[in-house]
Design a protein around this ligand. Structure first.
Ligand SMILES: [Zn+2]
Ligand SMILES: [Zn+2]
Length: 389
C-alpha cells in the first residue's frame, strides 16, 4: 500500500508549556494529528519533540484515554488512519560546530527512557532541538542501544548540519557507525540531484520532510512510501529498501525556493545567481557570506554530475498552495472544503473542477505549479525563494 509521510514536525506547545519557542502556539499534538489527517492528507507523521517531558506527558494521557493506540510493530495510531512516529531532534557538539539529528523510537517507553538519558547532556530538556554535550557518534550509540534509529537532519543547511558547517564527509562524524544510518534528510534547499554528487550517500535513502514550525507548513515536503503496513518497523525497512518496503518518490520544494539555496551577502542583500560555488560577495568582496547549499555542495562534491544509484526514487518538485500566486488563506479554505485535502488539490483536481471553485487564473497557476512550469526567484541567507507572477 502507498502512504504519504512527513517525518519532521515540531511541537509548539504541550501541557500549556512552550516546547519550540519559535514555533506557533497552535502547533499542539491534537492540532497536528487533526491537520495531518483532515487538511493535508498525510498517513504518517514524525513528531520530533518527544524528548520533552511535557510532550511525553500529553502522549501518555492520550494513550490512557485511547485517543492514540500503540502499534505492535512500533508507532502510535490515531483514528485508525494516521501513524505517529515518536522522535527527538537533538543538536550534537562536533569539532567544527553543531549538527542536528533526529532520534526515532518505536515505543513510548523507549522514548521516555531516551529522554531521561539524554537530559543529562542537555540543559533544558523540555525545549526542542537543544544542544547536547555529546557528539553524533556517541548519540548514535545511545539511540541504537535503546532500539532506536538516527537520521541526520537537513544535512546541507549552512547552520547546524553535518555537511553545512561541520564536515566534508558524514563518515568523519559517524566513522564505523555510518552503516547503521539508514537515511539522511535533504532539507528544503537541496534535492536528490545535488545529494547524489556525494559518493558516500549512494547507499543512503533520502528523506524529504517539512521541518514544520506551524500547522500550515506540515507536508511542504514529504515522502511517498510503499509499505506492507504503516508501522515503525516497516517504515524503517523502507528506509533500508528491505522486504518490499521502499520510498516510491520524494516530494519537495524546488531547491530554489529554499531559504539557503544560494550564497547570500548580508552587507549587500545580494543572492548569488552566477555559476556555483560563489564563496564571497562579488559586489563588496565580503567573505563573511552565508554559503548557499548549492555552493557548499559544489565545493565538496565527488562527482561533477549526479550519479544516481538504482534504488533512488524520483524527486518531484511540489509547490505548496501557500506559495502559489493569487492563493491566500481564504482560497485555500475554499479549495479544502471542496477537495478535502491539499494533497488532493495539488495532485488530483483537474482544470475544470479547479476553475469552477477558484476561477480560471488561479486554477491555471495550480496546474502550472503541478507541472513545474512556474518561474522561480532563488532564495538565500534565510530568505525563501519566490514564485514569480
Ligand atoms: Zn534542525
Ligand atoms: Zn527541526
Amino acid at each position: 500500500m502507498e502512504f504519504f509521510a512527513d517525518l519532521h514536525v515540531h511541537v509548539g506547545q504541550a501541557k500549556k508549556h512552550p516546547v519550540k519557542i519559535t514555533a506557533s502556539k497552535s502547533l499542539t499534538l491534537s492540532n497536528i494529528f487533526d491537520f495531518c489527517l483532515n487538511k493535508k492528507g498525510l498517513d504518517i507523521v514524525g513528531i520530533v519533540d518527544c524528548a520533552s517531558p511535557y510532550v511525553l506527558e500529553e502522549i501518555s494521557e492520550q494513550l490512557e484515554i485511547g485517543e492514540v493506540t500503540p502499534l505492535a510493530g512500533g508507532g502510535l495510531r490515531y483514528k485508525d488512519r494516521l501513524t505517529i512516529v515518536l522522535g527527538a531532534e537533538i543538536e550534537t557538539t562536533e569539532n567544527r560546530g553543531a549538527a542536528h539529528s533526529i532520534a526515532f523510537f518505536p515505543y513510548y517507553e523507549q522514548m521516555k527512557e531516551f529522554s531521561a538519558i539524554i537530559s543529562e547532556y542537555i540543559t533544558n530538556i523540555s525545549l526542542s532541538s537543544q544542544k547536547a554535550r555529546l557528539c553524533a557518534k556517541d548519540l548514535f550509540k545511545k539511540v541504537q542501544s535503546l532500539g532506536g534509529e538516527l537520521i541526520p537532519a537537513h544535512v546541507f543547511t549552512p547552520f547546524k548540519s553535518f555537511y553545512g558547517n561541520c564536515y566534508d564527509r558524514l563518515s568523519l562524524a559517524f566513522e564505523d557507525k555510518l552503516d547503521g544510518i539508514a537515511a539522511v534528510e535533504l532539507g528544503l534547499s537541496a534535492d536528490t540531484h545535488f545529494a547524489d554528487t556525494i559518493n558516500e550517500l549512494s547507499t543512503k535513502t533520502f528523506l524529504s520532510n517539512s521541518d514544520a514550525h506551524s500547522l500550515e507548513k506540515i507536508a511542504r515536503e514529504y515522502n511517498k512510501m510503499k509499505l506492507r503496513f504503516p508501522d515503525f518497523k516497516h517504515i524503517f525497512s523502507a528506509l533500508r529498501c528491505k522486504d518490499d518496503n521502499f520510498i516510491m518518490a520524494n516530494y519537495g520544494l524546488s531547491p530554489k525556493l529554499g531559504k539557503y539555496h544560494r550564497t547570500f551577502c548580508p552587507a549587500c542583500n545580494y543572492i548569488a545567481g552566477k555559476t556555483p560555488p560563489v564563496t564571497k560577495c562579488p559586489i563588496c568582496n565580503n567573505e563573511a557570506v552565508t554559503l548557499g547549499v548549492l555552493d557548499r555542495i559544489t565545493l565538496i562534491a565527488d562527482f561533477e554530475t549526479p550519479v544516481h544509484p538504482r534504488h533512488r526514487p524520483s524527486y518531484n518538485y511540489h509547490i505548496p498552495l501557500e506559495f502559489i500566486p493569487g492563493i491566500g488563506k481564504k482560497t485555500i479554505e475554499k479549495l479544502l472544503s471542496y477537495f478535502g485535502t491539499e494533497m488532493n488539490v495539488i495532485h488530483n483536481a483537474n482544470m475544470k473542477q479547479l476553475t469552477e471553485i477558484v476561477g480560471n487564473h488561479r486554477a491555471e497557476n495550480i496546474i502550472l505549479a503541478r507541472e513545474g512550469k512556474l518561474d522561480l526567484k532563488v532564495g538565500g541567507g534565510g530568505f525563501y525563494g519566490k514564485v514569480l507572477k
